[in-house]
Design a protein around this ligand. Sequence first.
Ligand code: ADE
Ligand code: ZN
Length: 322
Amino acid sequence: MIKAEIHCHIEGAADPALVMRLAGKYGIDVNDVIHDGRYVWHDFTTFLGAYDRAASVFRQPEDYRLLTYDYFSRLANHGAIYGEVFGSSDHAALMGIGYTDLVNAIAAGMDDANREFGIEGRIIMTCVRHLGPEAAEAVADTVASNPHPMVTGFGMGGDERAFQTKDFAAAFEIADDAGLGLTSHAGEFAGPQNVIETLDHLGVSRIGHGVRSIEDPRLVERLAREGIVLEVCPASNIALGVFADYGRHPLRQFHDAGVKVTLNSDDPPFFHSNLANEYDIAERHFGFDRQMIDQCTRNALHAAFVDEPTRTRLLNRLDNSL
Ligand code: ADE
Ligand code: ZN
């Protein structure tokens, strides 16, 4: 089955074996966050900490190329024809990797995987919310003044309980003026009000997660009416305790309310998941039939931050596979 993904953090996609290999190469101890070949953490804060520790082994552009190639090869193997990943120039900068080197390395990994497996990729450069609005504006400025054909979006991850959403309006305006697609994490660890503020102040066409919008029926109606796309990551939401179990997860309710939903893996090995597993979950836990699942893929391709000829080509590949 043809798949597409529009919400995955590149460092969060790092296979523990690759992280251990690079940790060995650079003499870094990651035993506090990887036990028996699996990431360990116990809540959102320790998850973000484990994420930062894993990210700290990517010290040279070649490490990012390898990580991206490794992830996109896996994604293609799961049937994906398109993947968008979040890059974080703040994480790379901590390791001494500059913006242009980071982007070129991720793009090279995508190109290598595309040549071998025919999977298309794009980069969404993200700011980290808990680092604050000034850092966010600096990322937006850097993206805007260093255009790259594979960097087609701007986004925000990190702890959405930090700062006020409107504080980030300037960063998103810079990115919007540069012609980038816009998305932001919201309604994952904070409630529906944060989704409303994200729509009102940041001008996004997509919301990362957005699942807690379900607590506000008027917001659900608005999402449907305005065609806002939710980047839903079911296994992530259960692993991080946003919902106690799949029975309480609102994916199906959003679908039935006419909200455009997509299926994504977020930080797959941290949640012992992958894109094929997310598609399986939609079928097994939410009763999605084949047509509903293909609609998720179609929603992702319609919402993708790509030029129109590429979108048409990808949609044709999906249509021809049905
Ligand atoms: N960074 C990586 N994964 C994240 C998530 N699920 N929410 C917010 N920031 C993240
Ligand atoms: Zn995410």
